[in-house]
Design a protein around this ligand. Structure first.
Ligand SMILES: [Zn+2]
Length: 320
């Protein structure tokens, strides 16, 4: 069996996989970030121990654990360079610490990366060799699987799709300190940025004017207004699609993936978004790189991480 865990700021998602890589069980526990997050790894190990007690098996039959963490990871050493959400402010040897605790070999990667690997191997990627995941949530995240392997890059920053510059007017400041990143115009925050911008610059009438004025408008409001043919909301979604489409064109010219997978909360706009992204992507992409490339909505939801973490362990076992 293989264990996997996707550690988040509020909950940790735990999975147990059979030897044929099918999911045997999954559950989640609360993340206790008190005392600088020192309880997190022991809590996870204890929860697995309880599970194995219940099924009357010994946890030592497990061949390894994959761990996803919300921060930058040196993949070769398993050292996480801080994760504020978890109370881990300094560098932390997550793999080594878990191994000491449990005696189970651990492999650690960033949560966006493991989600990409999960979707590639077990979700919308349909096991294609080359897959890119773009997650449109509060921010824009992503992960790149090339020839079945996660790309990390020389500083572990490969797949930081949210920081591709697409808004050359540099209207909005990004969390990274730069302006014009994809994240400023294609995340939930980005949609709000654009709604406010268009409301104050171009449009007067919209059914969501009240919530735009008072600043409470969110991505879901905008998607719902667009579905009711609200001109301002449609304009926002068209902008979002255009920026994403152009980012995907650039990525295609470098990586040439078979499948782009769009995940995260904003992807719940579904075909409405997908069709518009397609319409921007196809004519603007170097045609040999766009030929046969699919753009799909993610399929695994919150389970992408545990599938990807399991896949990491599987790959490690196959190679060693
Ligand atoms: Zn940025």
């Amino acid at each position: 069996m293989i264990l996997s865990v996707d550690i988040g700021g509020t909950t940790c998602k735990l999975g147990v996989f059979n030897n044929d890589n099918t999911l045997k069980d999954k559950w989640q526990i609360a993340t206790n970030i008190l005392d600088e997050g020192k309880h997190i790894l022991p809590d996870i190990y204890q929860s697995f121990l309880n599970y194995f007690d219940e099924i009357e098996e010994d946890i030592s039959v497990c061949s390894g654990i994959g761990i996803g963490v919300p921060g930058p990871v040196d993949f070769n050493t398993g050292i996480l360079n801080g994760a504020i959400n978890l109370g881990w402010s300094d560098k932390k040897s997550v793999a080594e610490e878990f191994e000491k605790l449990s005696g189970i070999s651990a492999i650690v990667d960033n949560d966006a990366n493991i989600a990409a690997l999960g979707e590639q191997a077990h979700g919308a990627g349909n096991n294609a060799d080359d897959v890119v995941l773009v997650t449109l949530g509060t921010g824009v995240g992503g992960g790149v699987v090339s020839e079945r392997k996660l790309m990390h890059g020389s500083n572990g920053s490969a797949g930081e799709i949210g920081h591709i510059k697409v808004d050359h007017n540099e209207r909005f400041l990004c969390n990274c300190g730069l302006r014009g990143c994809l994240e400023t115009v294609a995340s939930a925050t980005g949609m709000k940025n654009l709604a406010v911008y268009h409301y104050t610059h171009h449009f007067e009438e919209t059914i969501i004017s009240d919530i735009i004025s008072d600043g409470t408008v969110n991505a879901k409001d905008i998607v719902e207004a667009a579905k009711e043919n609200d001109a301002l909301a449609i304009r926002v979604l068209e902008d979002v699609s255009q920026y994403i489409g152009h980012a995907l064109s650039s990525i295609s010219a470098v990586i040439n993936p078979k499948v782009f997978i769009i995940g995260g909360g904003v992807s719940q706009a579904g075909d409405f978004l997908l069709n518009r992204i397609e319409a921007e992507y196809r004519p603007n992409t170097f045609s040999p790189a766009a030929e046969g490339t699919l753009i799909k909505i993610a399929e695994l939801g919150n389970d992408a991480g545990i599938y990807g973490a399991m896949e990491l362990v599987k790959q490690y076992i196959e190679e060693n």
